[in-house]
Design a protein around this ligand. Sequence first.
Ligand SMILES: C[S@@+](CC[C@H](N)C(=O)[O-])C[C@H]1O[C@@H](n2cnc3c(N)ncnc32)[C@H](O)[C@@H]1O
Length: 215
Amino acid sequence: MSRWKAKHDKEHYYKLAKKQNYRSRASYKLKQLDKKYGLLKPDYNVVDLGAAPGGWSQVVAEKIGEEGKGQIISVDLEYIKPIDHEAYTGIKGDFTDPEIQQMVIDLIDGKADIILSDASPKLTGIKDIDNFKSYDLAMAVLNITDNILKKDGNLIMKAFQGEAYQELLKKLKKKFRTVKTTKPNSSRKRSSEMYVIARGFRPPRKNKKTQKQEE
Ligand SMILES: C[S@@+](CC[C@H](N)C(=O)[O-])C[C@H]1O[C@@H](n2cnc3c(N)ncnc32)[C@H](O)[C@@H]1O
């Protein structure tokens, strides 16, 4: 793709977002993924990790919470301007922090039907460090999934095609029935980001000792 076409696409989604009152171009990525894979349902409990400024959460809010069912809990290190929807709760914090994870668990009162993660680490421009940071963040998302996602639930996450990308997919395939990767049209062709659609979560088996402690 030419540099001109890439710039044109970026501007196109930027203008569209302004016109349609979305907070970020990223909204169109989730819209396109949802259209292709049918991810969001009105009664879902949704957890949106790395949610600021809130473009994905806006798209979720359009689809869930009808008749008081369904919730969206959005977490980011940055403040997220609240979304005007009774099903919405925003948390400013680090989702790798166990206290923040516990807040999410308490809020959804059970488990999530779907976890979304568009989280990206702060990039340095140094390839090795950035690869490491991205993988580390992806691993944090997988750990949270173990605690928060329902059996048979789904995870949609951004992943960067670095050295550890195949390793990440391998780990996901152990946890989910199906794992697909895709790149929505609104994602810049030159960027290494991909989106993983992992469906049918298989929760880790608890060992007998942990199970007894919980009883
Ligand atoms: C590309 S933006 C998300 C855009 C969002 N999906 C939207 O539609 O507006 C990535 C976000 O990940 C957040 N992030 C990265 N690491 C995080 C962490 N450990 N905890 C919470 N948020 C994190 C960043 O603060 C940043 O706002």
